[in-house]
Design a binder for this molecule. Sequence first.
Ligand code: RIB
Length: 282
Amino acid sequence: MTGPAITVVGSVNLDLVATGKTLPAPGETVTGAVLARHPGGKGANQALAAQRLGASVTLIARVGDDAMADEALALLTAAGVDLSGVARDPGAPTGVALIAVSETGENQIVVASGANAAFTPERLGVLPAGALICQLEIPLATVVKAVAQAEGFVCLNLAPAAAIPDALFQRADLIVVNETEAAFYGEQIHRARGLVAVTLGARGAELRRGGELLASASPPKVEVVDTTGAGDTFVGALTLALLEERPLGEALAFACAAGALAATRAGAQPSLPLRSEVEALL
Ligand code: RIB
């Protein structure tokens, strides 16, 4: 694979997924769900999404020195993502996400961060050249250090939402948030220097700069099975399409279609589409 070089600095989780009829309300117990285990974590998902779509990806992350790590890294290994920057932490378990999925494909996620939380800045080495993608499932100080090192295109997926220094908004070439995260950041997000993509679920996505709408796209109609990983697919796909210098509207449509395809299949990483599948859907 000789597509654009992308480094992802972020999280790796093993997803324990219970799929049932409805999601529990606080304090409620829902029975009758079916359990599955899938590789996940926002960083790992975005790395695999970009690789399957044609980028040449390096993942820098931390997992535990345990059997869950092998399970969590299996699909990245199979896809040829460079994992030489994934360290095994003898003092913390591999991150685990407990995910409930309803019959309409909605989810609730609780993450036990494990080794992701132990990915402190002094454990970050020198980044390879190329573009950088980060999310907020590892310590913020590590994200800040990675972004400070980056010399190329920087994409920040501000998920899960958390207060971040203004310098990150000013350095990012692309910020990606969903509607909930956009509401958390409010006006601050439109003071960013670069592009801001807001995903709108089944309604697609919008791309703005300084609050001005530059492009919008609706995804092709698909049958939703599980939305887990759809946002991560969008991040990987939009970053890749922008690195390929595709026009903004075309890049956004590509990312929406990739995200929509991911929602048609169960699990985070098993659902991530190949480039040929996205092109066929478009
Ligand atoms: O964005 C989806 C991901 O969030 C899941 O794979 C889960 O691991 C959590 O990190």
